[in-house]
Design a protein around this ligand. Structure first.
Ligand code: SF4
Length: 332
């Protein structure tokens, strides 16, 4: 057996390792590599090298706080908070005392950002209110994760104290969700126009997604100037319409994290993965999302009592893999 890498792959990796963003056909070749191949491990090494030289030692923790639960009428196929999943039959807005306690916990335990997530029909006016009062209570940067926005609404978020928005064109957008991909991209552009940072992830990846679909979204993140991107796998809750399609392994996830990292090149400020796990931390990821409140992956209303991983657990995973969560964030 030869110990040499395939020469075309070696050329792509040498370029990516130096921070030169990959082209579509190059990324496609990497997504299609056999997981057991030497080339896949070399890919992860290249992405790891690029992240450690670009981000220093910084391990990021952006604390997801899901503000409400509802049987969401948008009925996205992969989400546990939908009306059709039938898991949650009542709308719950977490009390301000809980939200404040979580925000203070984030501040005390080293969160680099608070990502405030809402379901599809949560009033924007309420999110703005929460932003305004949290801004006075904690110094941690606020990031919104909410519905599509027009220009005026994005300006309101900025005025309320948010510094950025997490917004993604999801895999299956328009078929698994009722939203048009073009409208999602419009929102992303509006964010940039008003001066909000745009945070992204290629998600929620399942085994059925093609290399072309995934690479298209990786390239979108680079083209539209995401502060960070990365890859999240789909978690199939019991009874999910996606259950028959299964889930990708953490190993496949790490490979995709690495490809996405090389696509982003040297301009991004971090690279994320979800849910938190070790392997992607040696494949280009340095950003985790600890979670409390509602989660579209959980059966428990407060994911802090369910699947969600704590700040403490995420900090431990980061440290174990040589990332330092105590340094200042590179993102803000
Ligand atoms: S992903 Fe968001 S919009 Fe879609 S069903 Fe879930 S909560 Fe509603």
């Amino acid at each position: 057996m030869s110990w040499r890498l395939s020469p075309p792959i070696e050329t792509i990796l040498a370029k990516g390792r130096d921070g030169v963003p990959l082209e579509r056909d190059e990324a496609l070749q990497l997504v299609r590599l056999d997981l057991e191949s030497r080339e896949t491990y070399a890919l992860m090494e290249a992405a790891n090298h690029l992240s450690r030289t670009t981000f220093g030692d910084k391990g990021e923790m952006h604390f997801h706080i899901g503000l409400n639960v509802e049987p969401c009428p948008m009925d996205c196929a992969f989400c546990s908070l939908t009306r059709r999943a039938g898991l949650f039959t009542e709308a719950i807005e977490f009390p301000e005392a809980d939200i404040l306690a979580w925000a203070r916990q984030g501040a005390a335990q080293g969160a680099d950002a608070l990502n405030l997530m809402t379901t599809g029909s949560y009033p924007l006016s309420r999110l703005l209110e929460v932003g305004r009062w949290l801004r006075r209570e904690v110094a941690v940067p606020l990031v919104a994760n909410t519905r599509d926005l027009n220009h005026a609404e994005a300006e309101q978020l900025l005025a309320a104290g948010f510094v950025g928005c997490y917004h993604a064109v999801r895999l299956g957008e328009g078929t698994d969700t009722p939203f048009r991909p073009e409208r999602r991209i419009q929102t992303i552009r509006v964010l940039r126009e008003v001066g909000l940072q745009w945070m992204n992830c290629v998600e929620p990846v399942g085994p059925e997604h093609t290399a072309e679909e995934m690479v298209e979204l990786m390239l979108l993140a680079r083209r539209e100037g995401a502060t960070y991107s990365g890859v999240m796998r789909r978690i199939n809750f019991p009874g999910s319409p996606k259950e028959p399609q299964g889930m990708i392994s953490e190993r496949r996830l790490a490979q995709l994290v690495a490809v996405s990292r090389l696509v982003m090149g040297d301009r991004v400020r971090a690279h994320c993965t979800h849910e938190p796990h070790s392997l992607s931390l040696v494949a280009g990821a340095n950003l985790f999302f600890p979670e409390v409140g509602s989660s579209p992956r959980d059966l428990t209303a407060d994911t802090g009592q369910g699947r969600g991983q704590s700040l403490h657990r995420c900090a431990t995973l980061l440290r174990e893999m040589g990332w330092n969560p105590d340094q200042p964030s590179n993102c803000f």
